[in-house]
Ligand binder design. Sequence first.
Ligand SMILES: Cc1cc2nc3c(=O)[nH]c(=O)nc-3n(C[C@H](O)[C@H](O)[C@H](O)COP(=O)(O)OP(=O)(O)OC[C@H]3O[C@@H](n4cnc5c(N)ncnc54)[C@H](O)[C@@H]3O)c2cc1C
Length: 408
Amino acid sequence: MRTVSFARERRLLLAVRGGGHNIAGNAVCDGGLMLDLSPMRSVRIDPAARTARVEPGVTLGELDKEAQGFGLATPLGINSTTGVAGLTLGGGFGWLSRKLGLTIDNLLSVDVVLARGALVHASQEEEPDLFWAIRGGGGNFGVVTSFEFRLHPVGPEVLAGMIVHPFSNARQLLEGYRRVVASAPDDLTCWVVMRKAPPLPFLPAEVHGKEVLVFAVCHVGDLQRGASAVAPIRALGQPIVDVVGPTPFVAWEAAFDPLLAPGARNYWKSHDFVELSDAALDVMIDLVGRLPSEECEIILGNLGGAASRVPADATAYPHRDVQFIMNAHTRWSDPAHDQRCISWARELFDRMVPHATGGVYVNFMPADEAERVRQGAYGPNYERLAKLKARYDPDNLFRLNQNIQPAA
Ligand SMILES: Cc1cc2nc3c(=O)[nH]c(=O)nc-3n(C[C@H](O)[C@H](O)[C@H](O)COP(=O)(O)OP(=O)(O)OC[C@H]3O[C@@H](n4cnc5c(N)ncnc54)[C@H](O)[C@@H]3O)c2cc1C
């Protein structure tokens, strides 16, 4: 509270850092003040009430570990080092979202420090407008110092793993994928990762460095039913390896960590899809054929299910009809390759425009997409958000984010 007032009174630029994971880099600033919440790391599980109280420096892996101690979980993302705070404030989706909704759909209440320095509690009952706005509105409305989540029984084992295919068969595999996930049960989530094969121990050496298509599969529920649900994906093509099996949920939540380790240069471009057209598949296949670095990948996240059974205006996050989120994880290490890598991501993005909804998940936006915030990120909810921004942060103290301008 004192830090927020200090920044406001001295008109300092204020950055708010949760897990420090957002590729737009707004958690840090030059010539301003960074409010670093990462030392606030408490997680308190109430197993009887099935709730978790979480401080804003907590990572997904830390929350999962505590909740899974009681066989419980809430929907989070796919990388254990991501911060709970930023992920939740943008919406939050991952392996449990088709079954249990977005992270915000499981948020029960928050403590928020407002721009005027006051601490308020927000929930459906208290400050309901603020509670609506922070469920998708990012860091625009205040500093969240505590999150309360609903938990659900999950695992502790799920049926999960990767099925790795040669990329030469990508078109048939993607067509099959599109068909299978259209009728998949909510318990099953399958993402696609297209990239050069990293030297993972379960991959034969001759595949390393070659383009592959990976089905990343997670079934949450009875393991026998999981085997039947996964069978149609397993029947697609001739995989190089299939390592899907009973896996501790916490281990699967960290399965992609080695590929998404900190320290890389990042430039992401993302599109939402209700359907994947043939032409969209062809564009992705073409661009995977010209990956600009060993670490770049195109992922297709799989939504729908419970995440779609919420009205678009129930929370600030509006994209409830979206079935797939494409993200170009453009990653590299050498600054000399900046131009090449960024151009590749932009070409992919531009060529996918005709096939996408025009919407975008706010947490996947890079720093240079301010023009997409109004229509792309928030669309029909932007006007209400701008009015609430004027009420809660009229001077736009919290502006180092995908910024919602206070309504006039
Ligand atoms: C490798 C990788 C994998 C990812 N996978 C997923 C995924 O599977 N699903 C998904 O939904 N997202 C995913 N994301 C996106 C992720 O949700 C965002 O990057 C998110 O912003 C990270 O939150 P953070 O707290 O770590 O980030 P930070 O960089 O610390 O914060 C991001 C922004 O959020 C705001 N903020 C943070 N904490 C607070 C707070 N306590 N109060 C107010 N404002 C705050 C600030 O504006 C800050 O600039 C992934 C990101 C990466 C890099």
